[in-house]
Write a protein that binds this ligand. Structure first.
Ligand code: OW7
Length: 404
């Protein structure tokens, strides 16, 4: 029997489309089906194998030798398809080429380097919350808080100029859609690819950046010989691609979780030092980045299923983060649990390099709210924003009850 026939006989086959509007809106049911079907599932619609259980997702994320990123971490296989932009030197690269850019960026956004931002960002969060509350206690917390806060602090920290910042979220939205199939979401933005890319690429130039931001530090690392000058703008581009939408929708996940779990909000108010854990639990519970792909570097077997060399594997981070074999009561948003080990930031050599930036943003915003807000509640059904790989939001209508 050929390897293909063997696979066809043994692997559960699923013809559902994880990138359909309904799956993207409400992925939990499909995640349950995929986890229950087996450790590996064949997705016939896209001719890829998929992993939805924690054990296999974790194992494949840490095994970069067998599951490469250099052929792209979306559905498109860069061995056969032209990428929509020059591949990322971090996300879409493997050792050894991946390692120098990674080290450079890691040091620039590591906790010691973020200390100088801590006070500024905490103050900025306090000012933002005061400013929003001065206009009333009912508003769209997605726009006014979850989007507004990262946009207020992160582009300044990178060292972007003042113009065109409204392009950041649309560019990220486009990049995260591009990891999925060429469906209506991708087609809807096709007319903006050239303009948005041109704007982002222009911001990566040394001359476009201030002298004291993350961007300038990337260029300084090139002067120092840790990177080539040709690599520097692409590393800046990684910050601009991966650093805005992710934190916006991660903070939105937090606000949604806390608004719908008043007991957990009380717990956070009593222990504001748990703001970072609250953020990680929200990342586990919502998984703002839902999916990534890898490509098999050789014929490789996962739980007795052969994954042919050169083929794509779809990893459901969101499903792994709610796998009952790993998490007790996984659908519960629970600040008493230890969410560490979640794969919402990935795992292994590509694990989110900016996670400390994200945690600092969350800590600043959540502690500013915890000091001022006794209770918060949704006033209407929140709306999701469909995206092929981000679990994202369009609105979070909320009422906040300020203290005393
Ligand atoms: C990059 C969590 C995703 C990303 C996403 C998109 C782009 C990049 C990284 O990480 O350009 O390096």
């Amino acid at each position: 029997m050929s390897a293909t026939a063997e696979r066809a006989a043994a692997v559960p086959i699923c013809d559902a489309d994880p990138f359909s509007p309904s799956s993207l809106e409400e992925p939990e049911e499909l995640h349950h089906v995929l986890r229950a079907a087996g450790p590996v599932v064949y997705l016939s619609r896209y001719d890829v194998h998929a992993l939805a259980r924690y054990e296999e997702v974790h194992a494949s994320l840490v095994d970069w030798q067998h599951f490469e990123s250099g052929a792209g971490v979306g559905l498109a296989n860069f061995r056969h398809e032209e990428p929509w932009r020059p591949p990322s030197l971090l996300l879409e690269a493997d050792p050894p080429r991946h390692d120098a850019p990674r080290r450079v960026l890691r040091d620039i956004v590591a906790p010691p380097a973020l200390r100088r931002l801590q006070e500024t960002w905490h103050a900025a969060a306090g000012e933002l919350v005061d400013q929003v509350l001065s206009g009333g206690t009912e508003f769209d917390a997605f726009t006014r808080l979850a989007s507004a806060f990262p946009l207020r602090v992160f582009p300044d920290a990178v060292g972007l100029g003042p113009d065109g910042r409204e392009n950041l979220l649309p560019y990220g939205n486009m990049a995260f859609n591009a990891f999925g199939p060429v469906n209506d979401l991708v087609k809807a933005d096709a007319h903006r690819v050239a303009d948005l890319s041109a704007w982002v690429n222009a911001q990566c130039a040394r001359e476009a950046l201030t002298e004291d931001g993350f961007g300038a530090r990337i260029w300084a690392a090139a002067d120092h010989g840790d990177l080539t000058h040709a690599q520097a703008p692409l590393v800046v581009r990684s910050l601009l691609t991966a650093g805005v939408d992710t934190t916006v929708h991660g903070l939105a996940a937090c606000l949604y979780a806390l608004a719908t779990h008043p007991d957990q909000w009380q717990r956070l108010r009593e222990r504001p030092e748990s703001a970072r854990v609250a953020f990680d639990e929200a990342v586990r519970w919502q998984s703002p980045v839902q999916t990534f792909f890898r490509t098999a570097t050789t014929d490789v077997t996962i739980a007795d299923t052969l994954i042919p060399e050169g083929t794509k594997i779809l990893m459901f981070l969101g499903a792994a983060n709610r796998d009952p074999a790993r998490w007790s009561d996984p659908d519960r948003f629970d600040l008493a649990r230890d969410p560490s080990g979640h794969v919402g930031f990935g795992m292994g050599i590509h694990q989110c390099v900016g996670q400390h930036v994200a945690r600092l943003e969350a800590e600043a915003l959540l502690t500013a709210l915890a000091r001022r807000i006794e209770r918060m509640e949704l006033t209407d059904t929140p709306r999701r924003h469909p995206n092929n790989s981000l679990r994202s939001w369009a609105s979070l209508p909320m009422r906040l009850h300020p203290v005393g």
